[in-house]
Design a protein around this ligand. Structure first.
Ligand SMILES: Cc1ncc(COP(=O)(O)O)c(C=O)c1O
Ligand SMILES: [Zn+2]
Length: 470
């Protein structure tokens, strides 16, 4: 612990190429799309870590059948259930406790997710990408709290991540796991943010990515992908179509797959948000946490983070986790309300202004349901109008500018207050999962809804006076 990512001299991701003749950087001379199918080219590194290099992982456990696997036995899902057998990473907490504690963290100046490396599914000596992932602010929000008749509300602003969304937490792990797998190309399907996160993190280490997003993804997210140099497949279809296509392509071409709800390690990166929240609150866990839900990977990660801390004895209770879905993308909320089995419930047609949480068949639905059930939480749904209205309300009460899916978490808190799901004195955290700059068109719609309009004037002081007197 204690070494700063980006400063490790022998780090093949961050050290200049000329210092590291045994590592060949890829990316600058990235192959054309056609060449991505050919199995040649460079490797991230020359050696594989063995299972024993991650001794703090006890095993992977299938969340459907309970079967256990060693980490080097299976890469993604339990082979007994097609693509559905999502795996949970089970840790040896006694061993972990020998390497990390609240005291060691207090003395650790590294602000990134890697400060929690002994709790992450990576070897202790794994090189890590250089971007500053994690360490996002937890803002006290007294004016927001007062608006809702509450006392203690904080906003965790993950719009402040390097690529401006929560997904950087997972993609940072994907880069390390791809290295471990000796991958040449990393791929993902995404509504946009996971893709931008993978694309940016990959660019930081010169890795090659092929990305599948719905053609309807917001321009800013597509711009990020193109600017970071990914090969971008704009799929004429939904996110669900992009997901299936990505699975097929990864299989056909042997790419490392970061797909949410398929790659078991993504929720392990996302869990770091809960570590940060608890550490920022001096290891006094909040009572309730609000997070928006599409595939369910973030909420699964939020639960896992608190679960880890409980096992370690660093916090004394599990916060209630409230998942917020859009009314037009309410698969999990409906399943929870009706007690439906998410393994047999058919997909729905998802439509919402909050593109990031539009998921007809949430891929991490088992972990999402576990998070809400085990934390004695709930799902709430919010309309598109409630989501849009939440954008300026959150912005004007806290200074945090959220994209629709981020603001949805706050809209969910509003709804929960109306439904009596939270009480006045409870300590509540709302997670903003993405920056408002990700979807400026929706922000403009939201401003319009609340009558927030710019005033067009000629460049004279007289015009300013006139405008102010109107
Ligand atoms: C900004 C934002 N919020 C929330 C979510 C929902 O996360 P999950 O799909 O893991 O439920 C996403 C997913 O893309 C997102 O980008
Ligand atoms: Zn299984």
């Amino acid at each position: 612990m204690g070494t700063k990512p980006g400063l490790q001299v022998a780090d093949p991701f961050t050290a200049p190429c000329s210092l590291l003749p045994m590592f060949i950087r890829i990316g600058a001379d990235k192959p054309a799309v056609g060449l991505l199918c050919i199995s040649i080219r460079v490797r991230f590194m020359t050696s594989h870590p063995s299972k024993s290099s991650i001794p703090h992982i006890s095993h992977l456990r299938c969340l459907i059948c309970g079967k256990e696997y060693a980490p080097d036995q299976v890469r993604y899902v339990c082979p007994d259930h097609g693509h559905e057998g999502i795996l949970d990473v089970v840790y040896d907490y006694e061993r972990i406790a020998q390497h990390i504690s609240p005291q060691s963290l207090a003395a650790n100046a590294d602000p990134t997710i890697w400060r929690y490396k002994p709790l992450l599914p990576v070897p202790a000596d794994a090189p890590t990408p250089p971007l500053t992932v994690g360490g996002t602010p937890l803002y006290a929000a007294p004016r927001l709290a007062a608006r809702l008749g509450l006392t203690h509300v904080w906003v965790k602003d993950d719009g402040r991540q390097p690529t401006a969304s929560f997904k950087d937490r997972a993609s940072a792990i994907a880069i390390v796991k791809a290295w471990e797998a000796n991958a040449e190309v990393i791929t993902t399907a995404s509504t946009g943010n996971a893709a931008a996160a993978l694309s940016g993190l990959a660019a930081s280490v010169g890795a090659t990515t092929v990305i599948f997003v719905p053609a309807s993804a917001p321009q800013a997210k597509i711009a990020q992908l193109l600017t970071f140099g990914s090969t971008v497949m704009l799929v004429e279809g939904s996110y669900d179509d992009a997901f299936e296509l990505c699975l097929q392509a990864a299989d056909a071409f042997g790419w490392y797959n970061r797909n949410t709800g398929f790659n078991p390690y993504m929720s392990e990166g996302k869990k770091t948000v809960s570590y940060e929240i608890c550490e920022q609150l001096h290891w006094s866990a909040p009572d309730v946490v609000f997070v928006s839900v599409g595939d369910g990977c973030i909420i699964g990660g939020v639960y896992k983070g608190f679960y880890d801390l409980l096992q370690l004895g660093w916090i004394d209770h599990m916060p209630r986790i409230i998942g917020v879905q859009a009314e037009g993308s309410n698969y999990l909320a409906e399943a929870w309300k009706k007690g439906e089995d998410v393994l047999t419930k058919p997909p729905i047609q998802a439509h919402t202004v909050a593109d990031s949480i539009s998921a007809g068949l949430p891929r991490d639905r088992i972990k999402a349901m576990r998070a809400v059930r085990e934390s004695r939480g709930a799902f709430v749904t919010v309309s598109d109008e409630e989501i849009l209205l939440a954008i300026p309300e959150l912005a004007q009460s806290t200074g945090v500018f959220a994209e629709p899916a981020g603001a949805a978490a706050y809209a969910g808190l509003r709804k929960a207050v109306a439904l009596g799901l939270v009480s006045t004195e409870e300590r509540i955290v709302v997670i903003n999962t993405g920056s408002g700059l990700k979807d400026v068109a929706s922000a403009m719609r939201a401003a319009d809804l609340v009558g927030s309009k710019a005033i067009h004037i000629p460049p004279t002081l007289e015009a300013v006076r006139e405008a102010l007197s109107d």
